[in-house]
Design a protein around this ligand. Structure first.
Ligand SMILES: NC(=O)c1ccc[n+]([C@@H]2O[C@H](COP(=O)([O-])OP(=O)(O)OC[C@H]3O[C@@H](n4cnc5c(N)ncnc54)[C@H](OP(=O)(O)O)[C@@H]3O)[C@@H](O)[C@H]2O)c1
Length: 263
């Protein structure tokens, strides 16, 4: 496969970093824009960029800062003109690194910080990047046999199964669960607004499985080894989903294995 312009938001490490690697290594002549809030500290991303300087561009952006997002969107517009794939990957479990186990641990401040990163950030990304996505070339996803059903671009919000209200049997993790449930509403709303006009953008929420990254590290001991994916395994599965998306699948929530999750 070849061509296309993709932006991975939250690319310093973990799943976001692996998306950048996969995209650069799997396509000829791709442009990948990797955004992160502190590029100097993102040493693995920097090393990879040095290996593939033509395909990978790093931009500094904090997803909790609206002006940063707006400025980055302007730069991407100037340099690339349009965008074919946007992946919102950044998130935090909780400012402490561990989810709340009971109401006693809930604070308004922690909740606000978590929602700012996990929910408001991706929504602001959509706001400023939608014009670029609506001008996309349809380089990612499945090609539609009926040209009037062909999408221009794909927007992916990295969500989590624990954000599913229907699937919630355990409780706890108030900030994270709530931020991802609200992010899923963002996805659904975006799919409606960006699916209305002549040019359409597919919008989905994806669950990557339990993945061996910093975010889930405090809980790895509770997960069976074979159920804890490497970032390579997870991103391979997620890209298979992305590459088969069409407009019939917009506004949905998919797990790593392609199954649809309940909201
Ligand atoms: N790992 C899992 O088991 C799992 C399960 C379900 C869902 N997910 C979801 O998958 C996505 C990726 O998570 P991960 O496992 O790769 O986590 P991770 O390794 O902890 O990476 C989190 C990323 O978010 C970035 N970030 C945090 N706050 C930010 C901000 N204000 N501005 C910009 N970037 C910010 C971090 O950047 P810094 O390096 O600057 O901190 C880092 O790049 C998340 O949406 C997560 O909720 C993960």
């Amino acid at each position: 496969m070849s061509g296309g312009t993709a932006l991975v938001q939250g690319a310093s490490r973990g799943i976001g970093l692996q998306f950048c690697r996969y995209l650069v290594l799997s396509r000829y002549e791709i442009n990948v824009i990797a955004t992160c809030r502190n590029p100097e500290a993102a040493t693995e991303l920097q090393e990879f960029q040095r290996e593939y300087p033509k395909a990978l561009r790093i931009m500094k952006m904090d997803v909790t800062r609206g002006p940063d997002i707006q400025h980055t969107a302007e730069k991407v517009k100037e340099e690339f003109g349009s965008l074919d794939l946007l992946i919102n990957s950044s998130a935090m479990l909780h400012p402490s690194g561990k989810g709340e186990t009971s109401l006693r641990e809930v604070t308004a401040e922690d909740l606000s910080l978590t929602i700012a990163t996990n929910t408001i950030g991706p929504l602001m990304m959509a706001k400023y990047f939608a014009p670029l996505l609506l001008r996309g070339t349809g380089a990612f996803g499945a090609e539609a046999s009926d040209k009037s059903r062909q999408h221009r671009a794909i927007l992916v919000n990295m969500s989590a199964k624990v954000g599913s209200i229907e699937d919630n049997a355990l409780g706890g993790w108030y900030s994270y669960r709530l931020s991802k449930a609200a992010l899923n509403m963002v996805t659904k709303n975006l799919s409606i607004e960006l699916g209305r006009g002549k040019n359409k953008v597919i919008c989905v929420s994806l669950h990557p499985g339990s993945v061996d990254t910093n975010l889930s590290r405090p809980y790895h001991k509770n997960i069976q080894r074979e159920k804890l994916f490497t970032t390579e395994q997870s991103v391979f599965c997620l890209m298979n989903i992305i590459e088969t998306l069409n407009l019939d699948k917009t506004g949905k929530f998919f797990s790593w294995n392609g199954s649809e999750l309940p909201w």
